[in-house]
Write a protein that binds this ligand. Structure first.
Ligand SMILES: [Zn+2]
Length: 140
């Protein structure tokens, strides 16, 4: 037996089990916490396969990622990070939603497709003065 085959099998099995388990755990959690009304958090999610951005999705507390896309039924949704920079070095109130490489197992830093800056988990906002300028410019 080669070393490659069992490993492939394990990776495949884990991926398959992860999808099923995610759905199972979500259902189980909702049932287990049935008494805790309002225990929902709202997140913006991005789909790793389709690139869809789903704004303000209500997730059960403790939901695990990837989360199931309601349209495709596939567990490909991850929390989106927001980048509030523009390519010109200004801030904007309208963020670019970015999927972190870390979530998908892709090597290297995540670059914002809009401005080219590095995006990290809990991505920091541009400095206050730039956000205030953006608010004055875009706030109408
Ligand atoms: Zn950006």
């Amino acid at each position: 037996m080669t070393r490659a085959n069992p490993r492939k099998f394990v990776v495949f099995t884990v991926a398959g089990a992860g999808i099923g388990l995610g759905a199972f755990m979500a259902v189980r959690f909702v049932r287990a916490s049935g008494g805790l009304a309002g225990e929902l958090e709202t997140r913006t999610l991005v789909d790793a396969e389709t690139g869809d951005v789903l704004a303000d999705i209500r997730l059960p507390t403790g939901a695990t990622y990837p989360f199931e896309h309601p349209k495709t039924g596939r567990a490909t949704l991850y929390p989106a990070e927001r980048c509030h920079w523009t390519a010109d070095g200004d801030a904007t109130l309208t963020p670019t939603y970015v999927l972190l490489n870390a979530y998908t197992g892709t090597d290297g830093p995540t670059m914002c497709p809009d401005c080219g800056r590095v995006v990290v988990a809990h991505n920091p906002l541009p400095p206050d003065e730039l956000m205030i300028e953006a608010a004055e410019r875009e706030g109408g």
